[in-house]
Ligand binder design. Structure first.
Ligand code: 8X3
Length: 260
């Protein structure tokens, strides 16, 4: 049985990855700060909850992870959509801490185990890492930094059989991403996905993660940009029906079932 560590596993893409990998037969360690949510999910999927803050994680907290084949760095997110001239520096600090320094810390902690297992690191960045957009200054900067970290690490691991992949999701509709971004303003969060015919779900990204992770050990997918068909580029979002003939995918888990 292969072992995966997923950060940010208490919601969204992290939760989706934990659920899907567990269903696919992986032993899953779920990591996040919110004890109750994390323990409930871990119980449901027969996984192992480790309550920690990725920005301050210590070796002693991950002692139970004696072996690791896959690290998925999912913890992160966006805060605010303010123009640079009005941006809140505390929000930027927080975004850098979770998205960038959290990825750095968890990677540093688990790299020796991943080298020992000839494993795989998958960093979940964002299409926001590919260029700035209005109001995205802090988030785009943080995701660009996380992307740069991933690229540097891949090069530094030259000659070492560890796979390093960056997954760059576009519009993914998770219950919390936009809600957090807009400080709990549900109307504003809802408007982001208004009339978008099938934005991605957490499970869609989880499928990409599982597919990459389950490729043969010598196959490194460097990076993969994943958008819904309705979003041809960051600013090319189509709102309206796409006239799908195919029924929407069946939701396997609560991650696709709206607000929790
Ligand atoms: C989320 C994509 O467009 O909100 O990572 O920046 S976007």
């Amino acid at each position: 049985m292969k072992t995966a560590v997923i950060t940010g596993a208490s919601s969204g893409i992290g939760e989706g990855c934990a659920r899907l990998l567990a269903r696919s037969g992986w032993k899953v360690f779920l990591m996040a700060r919110r004890r109750e949510r994390l323990e409930n999910i871990a119980r449901e999927i027969n996984g192992h909850a480790i309550i920690l803050d990725v920005t301050k994680a210590q070796e002693v907290e991950i002692g139970l992870v004696t072996h690791c084949d896959l690290l998925v760095n999912c913890a992160g997110g966006a805060l605010g959509l303010d123009a640079v001239r009005q941006a809140n520096a505390d929000d930027w600090t927080s975004m850098f801490n979770t998205n960038v320094l959290g990825t750095l810390r968890m990677t540093q902690l688990l790299l020796p185990r991943l080298i020992a297992s000839q494993g795989c690191i998958i960093n979940i960045t964002s299409t926001a890492a590919l260029g700035g957009y209005e109001g995205g200054g802090g988030y785009c900067a943080a995701k660009s930094a996380q992307r740069a970290l991933t690229q540097s690490l891949r090069l530094e691991m030259k000659g070492v059989p560890v796979r390093i992949t960056e997954v760059l999701p576009g519009m993914v509709h998770t219950p919390e991403f936009s809600l957090n971004r807009f400080c709990g303003d549900a109307e504003r969060a809802k408007a982001v996905y208004e009339n978008v015919d099938r934005p991605l779900s957490a499970e869609d990204i989880a499928q990409v993660v599982a597919t990459v992770a389950e490729l043969p050990a010598h196959v490194n997918v460097d990076e993969i940009v994943v958008r819904p068909v309705a979003q041809r580029a960051q600013h090319a979002l189509f709102r309206g029906s796409l006239g799908w003939r195919e029924a929407p995918p069946v939701a396997h888990s609560p991650v696709n079932e709206g607000e929790r």
